[in-house]
Design a protein around this ligand. Structure first.
Ligand SMILES: C[S@@+](CC[C@H](N)C(=O)[O-])C[C@H]1O[C@@H](n2cnc3c(N)ncnc32)[C@H](O)[C@@H]1O
Length: 266
């Protein structure tokens, strides 16, 4: 299946590769270069005049890493994993199992490309082809819903309607034992009403990858599902109002994004 949204994964790799090259990098992903293709770099450059909210990429990456490393779980699911490389660069040793879920076919060749560049996973990686809009009941055969899981949903809820996002949260919750963690980013509705955002949003739509997802209050959204959440927008982090993320360098805080960063526990 070819859907334009698949390409966004390589665009994210370009943003991570660019951040990783900074002397004071907020987030380092040595694997990002593997997916930062020439074509993806051209697209990312073409987007720059439209001021994409790329600051969010290293910040959500850092949130995912730090939560995963402190969460004491032994399995994680990267939902809409794309070029996420955590099992290749974080100390996730056996018996840790890292599940990556993305559209059917999207992850094929990923492990091989990383191996060719010299990256081996630290733990078992299970790649699953699933459309989140109609997922099977379980992440994968063998997935253990009895033990706590860290769910990482990065850069995905932008592309799902609110009804689809509700359904994804329900799917995650049904497979989340007590002690599970969930981290994600999602726009606040005012991202869509800000006139300064219109050219960027139009460009995304023109490229077949419209942003459609928004959540007004992630804490209230998750509460009925039994999750206790903390949420801060990128703007909050940039203005020093988020004690659970390290301060941002000026490069990542000059422009402020009304996009939520959320961590939740069940
Ligand atoms: C912007 S990329 C984010 C990739 C990665 N999580 C990151 O932060 O770099 C969005 C990813 O979500 C996947 N995705 C979008 N819609 C999806 C759906 N309905 N089902 C499964 N995966 C989806 C895309 O294929 C793509 O790999």
């Amino acid at each position: 299946m070819t859907t334009p949204v698949r390409r966004t994964s390589d665009w994210m790799a370009v943003v991570r590769a660019e951040e990783s090259a900074q002397p004071d990098a907020y987030y380092v992903d040595p694997c990002a270069e593997v997916f930062a293709t020439e074509q993806a770099r051209k697209v990312v450059d073409a987007f720059k005049p439209f001021h994409p909210p790329s600051e969010i990429v290293p910040v959500r990456g850092r949130l995912g890493d730090q939560t995963l490393l402190s969460s004491r779980v032994r399995q994680a699911v990267s939902v809409g994993a794309g070029s996420d490389s955590r099992p290749y660069r974080l100390p996730l040793d056996p018996p840790f199992v890292y599940y990556e879920v993305d559209l059917p076919g999207q992850l094929s060749g990923k492990a091989e490309a990383l191996a060719e560049a010299g990256f081996q996973p630290r733990c078992r990686v299970v790649s699953v082809g699933t459309d989140l809009r109609s997922p099977p009941p379980a992440v994968a055969p063998g997935f253990d819903a009895i033990v706590a899981t860290h769910w990482i949903v990065e850069g995905v809820l932008y592309y799902l309607t609110r009804a689809e996002a509700d359904s994804v949260i329900g799917w995650i919750t049904r497979q989340s034992a007590p002690g599970s963690w969930l981290t994600f980013d999602v726009p606040h509705p005012c991202f869509f009403t800000d006139p300064d955002r219109r050219p960027f949003l139009r460009e995304m739509a023109a490229r077949g990858v419209p942003f459609v997802g928004a959540v007004e209050d992630p804490v209230a959204w998750l509460a009925p599902h039994g999750w206790t959440a903390e949420a801060a927008t990128h703007r909050d982090v940039a203005e020093g109002r988020c004690p659970w993320l390290p301060p941002l360098p000026p490069r990542l805080s000059a422009r402020k994004q009304d996009i939520w960063l959320t961590r939740a526990r069940r």
